[in-house]
Design a protein around this ligand. Structure first.
Ligand SMILES: [Fe+2]
Length: 292
């Protein structure tokens, strides 16, 4: 990574008052924490919505303190960011108390692969822009979620290396690391899933449509290889990028609080769960995903 970090642009956290709420950075390069705001279950001001989007577009992750939303109304809150985009497959159940939410629970889904770095829906060319994740029940210890700012990573690279990456295309697939093979055990279902979600080509570096900032768009879950170079070349370049993405400088770690809401922009951050909690612990999160 370049030491010239002065070129890295980070949005100010205190972008004026957010309807009385206070905003603080989680880490220097990624994430903001908002407390003192309560969603009334009905509407938010246009100013609040615009500032929330600005933080998401630039700092990637916004965590709202417990008490901001409920398990029943967080989807309406998330819906102010865009249209619901439900890409979940047959293994992802609906939340019993919120039909717009799906349940993320290792206890309910033994093939859950959320502990590998990924962007939600990143195996599709039309992946959702935003994810909202509500802490319904969280372990006393462990089960954090980690986030890495892939825009910060790109902007921290040596410019010549970044320029080289700009020229590369990659092949993405949900089965790059066995997402279909491990989950769709019936061969016919697996074949259907592969037809539904075929591999596709995309640039390794992509540009955020709102900010115009570039981000490293590959992750450990869904990239197969860099097109047009040898396997060794591809693996080594991807390995360098994966190492930088998970570096302490680019990441933050959110310790879940019951009732907290984490919202992020999948075009800025990638994320992973930390699978360190005991088998008896409950880690039950509700999710909805939205278009831009
Ligand atoms: Fe995820």
């Amino acid at each position: 990574m370049s030491s010239a970090n002065s070129t890295v642009r980070l949005a100010a956290d205190n972008v004026a008052a957010l309807d009385g709420a206070s905003v603080s950075p989680i880490k220097e390069s990624v994430g903001s924490y908002i407390s003192g705001y309560r969603f009334n279950g009905d509407s938010i001001s246009e100013g609040f919505r615009a500032k929330m989007r600005d933080l998401l577009h630039n700092r990637g992750l916004v965590v709202f303190a417990p008490g901001t939303v409920t398990a029943e109304n967080f989807t309406k809150f998330g819906g102010f960011l865009g249209e619901f985009f439900d890409y979940a497959g047959p293994h992802t159940p609906r939340a019993p108390d919120n039909p717009d939410a799906t349940v993320i629970s290792a206890a309910k889904d033994s093939h859950l692969r959320n502990h590998v770095w990924h962007a939600d829906g990143g195996f599709r060319a039309d992946a959702p822009a935003f994810t909202a994740l509500f802490g319904k029940a969280v372990p006393k210890n462990g089960g954090d979620t980690m986030y890495a700012n892939a825009t910060y990573v790109y902007e921290s690279l040596d410019p010549l290396f970044a320029q080289y990456l700009d020229s590369l295309q990659v092949i993405q697939s949900p089965d790059a690391t066995g997402h279909i093979t491990d989950r769709y055990l019936d061969p016919e279902e697996a074949a259907q899933a592969r037809l539904r979600m075929p591999p596709f080509e995309m640039p390794l570096v992509r540009t955020h449509p709102v900010t115009g900032r570039k981000w490293i768009a590959i992750n450990e879950s869904y990239v197969c290889y860099i097109k047009g170079v040898s396997r060794v070349h591809s693996q080594n370049i991807l390995g360098i990028l994966f190492d930088i993405i998970k570096s302490p400088e680019a990441t933050c770690r959110f310790e879940w609080e019951e009732g907290a809401l984490a919202v992020w922009d999948n075009r800025v951050v990638q994320h992973r769960a930390v699978k360190d909690y005991s088998g008896d612990a409950t880690r039950l999160l509700y999710r909805c995903t939205m278009t831009a």
